[in-house]
Ligand binder design. Sequence first.
Ligand SMILES: *[C@@H]1O[C@H](CO)[C@@H](O)[C@H](O)[C@H]1NC(C)=O
Ligand SMILES: *[C@@H]1O[C@H](CO)[C@@H](O)[C@H](O)[C@H]1NC(C)=O
Ligand SMILES: *[C@@H]1O[C@H](CO)[C@@H](O)[C@H](O)[C@H]1NC(C)=O
Ligand SMILES: *[C@@H]1O[C@H](CO)[C@@H](O)[C@H](O)[C@H]1NC(C)=O
Ligand SMILES: *[C@@H]1O[C@H](CO)[C@@H](O)[C@H](O)[C@H]1NC(C)=O
Ligand SMILES: *[C@@H]1O[C@H](CO)[C@@H](O)[C@H](O)[C@H]1NC(C)=O
Length: 634
Amino acid sequence: MTTNLALYRLLVFNLLEINLRNVLVFHCWSRPDAYPLAVMMSESHIYSQYIELQENAEGLANIHKDYLDSESDVPRMAVFLDLGCPLADFITNKSSRARLYNRRYHWLLFDQMGNLSNLAELFVRANISLDADVTFIEQRQEEDEGELFVLHDVYNKGCHLGGVLNITIDQSVQCNGSSCWVRDHLSDLHERTRLQQRMDLTNITLRMAALVSVLPLTSKEDILMGFLNSEQDAHLDSFSRMGHRLILHMQEMLHFNLSYIWVGEWSIQDAYGGAIGLLGNESVELCSTPFTPSWDRMHYVHPMAELAEFRAVCMFRTPHNAGIKATVFLEPFQPSVWLAFGAVLMLAGCLLWLIFRLEQHGMQRCLEFMPSLLSSCLISLGAACIQGSHLLPKSTGGRLAFIAVMLTSFLMYNYYTSIVVSTLLGSPVRSNIKTVQQLADSSLDVGVDNVPFTKAYLTSSPRPDIRSLYRQKVENKRDPSTVWYEPEEGVIKVRDQPGFVYISEASFMYHYVEKHYLPREISDLNEILLRYEGAVYHMIHLNSSYRELISQLEIRFVECGLISKQRRFFTKSRLQTYTNSFVIQVGMEYAAPLFLSLLVAYFMALLILLLELAWKRTERQTLTLGSNLLPHEQ
Ligand SMILES: *[C@@H]1O[C@H](CO)[C@@H](O)[C@H](O)[C@H]1NC(C)=O
Ligand SMILES: *[C@@H]1O[C@H](CO)[C@@H](O)[C@H](O)[C@H]1NC(C)=O
Ligand SMILES: *[C@@H]1O[C@H](CO)[C@@H](O)[C@H](O)[C@H]1NC(C)=O
Ligand SMILES: *[C@@H]1O[C@H](CO)[C@@H](O)[C@H](O)[C@H]1NC(C)=O
Ligand SMILES: *[C@@H]1O[C@H](CO)[C@@H](O)[C@H](O)[C@H]1NC(C)=O
Ligand SMILES: *[C@@H]1O[C@H](CO)[C@@H](O)[C@H](O)[C@H]1NC(C)=O
C-alpha cells in the first residue's frame, strides 16, 4: 500500500475545521508510511499519538484505561480508526462497551473499501448515542485531481430505547498531498448543527420516573395518570406534576414515546433510592419531579432548568402570652421623662397645698375644709389625667399656677396617647423569635409535616441548630410520634393555637393558609426559614446522551415563559395580605398589666383602709379611757 498523503491531508483538514488539536490514531501502516502524517500534524500544531494495531490483542487490553478514559474530564479529543486493520473490530467492540461514542470524542472511521455493510455490521448493536460524533470516511478512486473522500455521519437515537443506526451521507471532500477542499454537499446536514438534525426522536421510548406520593402506587395506571395530568388540587405533588407538564411539552416537540415507572419517594438517602436513585443508575432517562441539588447528587446528575423555589419554613402565629408586655404603655416616654413628670406633679401638688394654706390664712378665705397635702397631690394627678377638680384656688396667682399644671399635663397627655396609638397601629406585632436556634430554645410546641424530604432534613441535617431543634422538640417529647401532622391539620392548628409552630414546605402551606385563614390571621403569621432557600431543578444523568438536547429545550421553555406559567399555576411563593388588615388588631392583650396594677392598688387601698380603721379605733379607745379617768381624778 502506498503512503496515502491525501488521506493524511484530509485528517488535518478535518481536525483544523473544528479546531481540535488532540488526536489518537489507531493504524496498521508501517512506520515509514505513518511518518508523513506525524509531520503534517506537528506542522499544524496538532498533538497526535499513534497506536499500531498488531496481530495480538493482549497489548491492547488496557487501551481504554490508558488512552480513552471516559471518567476523567479530558478535553474533547479526536480518534482515528482504520477499519481495514485486523483488530479494528476489537477496538470498536471495546469502545461500544465503554460507551465512548459520545460528544467527548470525535471519531473518524476510515474504510478504504468504503464497505458500508461492514460498517453497519460493526455498529448496528453498538452503544452509539444521540450526541455521538462519528464520521465514516469512504475513499473513492478518482485519479484526475487527487483523491475524493465521501464523509458520512453515523449516530443512533438510542440503541437500547428502540433506535436504529442512522448513516447519513454528508459531503465529498477532494484532497491532494498539500490541500483539501469541499467539493459537494450531498445532503442538507451542513445546514444545521448535528443536534438540530437529530431533534426528532420518533420511535424512541424514553423511560420516565413518575413520582406520585399522595396515591398508593398499587393504584391502576389510569388513576395515577389521571392524577398527574389533572389540574385539581394543584398543591398535591405540585413539583412532580409541574415537571411532568414540561416533559409532555418536550414530548410534543421531540416526538418520543414515554414509558412510566411509578415511584413514591424522592430519595431514600440523599442520592440513592427513590426517583433520584433511578435517575442516578440510568434506569430512567427522565424524572418528572425536580430536585434540590446537593453535593452527593451532583456526582450523578446534572441540573437543567430551575423549576421552582423550595422553601421549608417554620410557621406560627405570634403567641399572645409571650411574656406580659407592659412596655407598650410605658414605651412612649423614657424612664427619666416619667420620673421628671412625676416630680413635677408632686411639686405642683405641694405648691397647690401651699397656695390653699396661704389663701386660708392670708386671705381669710373660708373653706369648708382645708385640703391636706395628699389631696393637693391628688388634684395635680387628676390634672395629669385630664380630670378637673372641684377645689380651685381663688387667688389669681393660684389660678395661674393651676392653669400651668393643667397645660403641662394636657401636652404630656396628648403626646402620650398619640405615641401609644401610633405604636399600636404602626406595625403588626411580631414574635421576637427569629432563628431556628431561638425556636429550639423557646417553649413553643412544634409540629412537622411528615413528607419525606422535610422529615429527612430534620432528622439528618448536620446543622447544629436543626439538631438542637430536633432534639428538644421531637426527641424530648413524651411521645415523639405526636409531632407529625398532615399539612392541613397542622396549618389549622397554627391558626387556632397561637404559638404552635408547624414546619413544612411553604407553597404547600400557603395553599391551606389561603383556604382557612382570615386576612388578619395571615398578617399575624411569623416565618422562620428551616433550610436555606433554594431552587429545584429538573435533573438528567451526567452522562446521558440526551443531556444537551433536553437542556437546550428547557432553556427554550424558560425563555418563552412556559416554566414561569406552570410555576405560577402549581406553586405559591407569597401570601396575599392586606396592608391595613392589622388595624383591627389593636386588642386588649397588653392591658393585662394595667388590670393587675389596678388589682394591686385595690388591695393596697383595702389595707390602708383597715389600717386607718384600726388607728381610729385605738384613738377612740384612748379617748374613752381618758374621759373615764377624768371624774375619778376630780
Ligand atoms: C463484542 O465482543 C463480544 C465477545 O468478545 C461479543 O459477544 C459481542 O457480540 C461483541 N459486540 C459487538 C457489538 O461486536
Ligand atoms: C452498552 O453499554 C452497556 C453499559 O455500559 C454495556 O453493558 C453493554 O454491553 C454495551 N452494549 C454493547 C453492545 O456494547
Ligand atoms: C463488505 O463487508 C462484508 C462484511 O464484512 C463482507 O461480507 C463483504 O464481502 C464486503 N464487501 C466488499 C465489497 O468488500
Ligand atoms: C437519519 O438522520 C437524518 C438526519 O441526521 C434524518 O434526516 C433521517 O430521516 C434519519 N433517517 C432515519 C431512517 O431515521
Ligand atoms: C493540490 O491542489 C492544489 C489546488 O488545486 C494545487 O495548487 C496544488 O499544486 C496541488 N498539489 C499537488 C501536490 O498536487
Ligand atoms: C409507546 O409505548 C407504549 C408502551 O411503552 C406502547 O404501548 C405504545 O404503543 C407506544 N406508542 C407509540 C406511538 O409507539
